[in-house]
Write a protein that binds this ligand. Structure first.
Ligand SMILES: [Zn+2]
Length: 143
């Protein structure tokens, strides 16, 4: 085998190895958890990227909204643009803190710490976080 062919073979082997190591979909890590964009319109607080942030966590905006509004004890809704509108003024750090608490309780796998999880509802009142990384299933309190 000529030196050139050998190099090419090595290069191909290297590429194959690289590609086989790439995950099919990039997993979520702590540093790319969504940061909420918060704005105020008169006495309303608007989370602009709410639906998008929930999508990245694989959670229904409706469920995340229910958790946040209940914790705040305030009225609000998700509008047709996927924005969370809270009918009160809430400090940005309070909203971000609540969102983080949701992630810690309803997204993060307690077994391996991965954020690649799905929320499964079984028989209505049984809620389980199923980890896509380690396979662990964790019971959580229904929202
Ligand atoms: Zn896990």
């Amino acid at each position: 085998m000529s030196r050139g062919v050998e190099l090419l073979k090595n290069y191909e082997a290297l590429l194959t190895r690289l590609y086989s190591k790439l995950p099919p979909k990039r997993s979520m890590r702590a540093y790319d958890l969504p940061v909420l964009q918060i704005e105020y319109v008169s006495t309303h607080t608007i989370v602009r990227n709410f639906a998008e942030a929930c999508d990245r966590l694989r959670r229904e905006p409706r469920i995340v909204m229910r958790f946040m509004l209940r914790e705040l004890a305030m009225p609000g809704a998700v509008d047709d643009k996927g924005q969370l509108v809270i009918y009160r003024k809430v400090a940005p750090h309070t909203i971000q803190q609540l969102f983080t608490r949701f992630i810690e309780t309803y997204v993060k796998c307690p077994t391996c710490g991965s954020y690649d999880t799905v929320l499964e509802r079984r028989k209505g009142k049984v809620w389980i976080i199923k980890c896509l990384a380690c396979g662990a299933e964790t019971f959580v309190r229904p929202i």
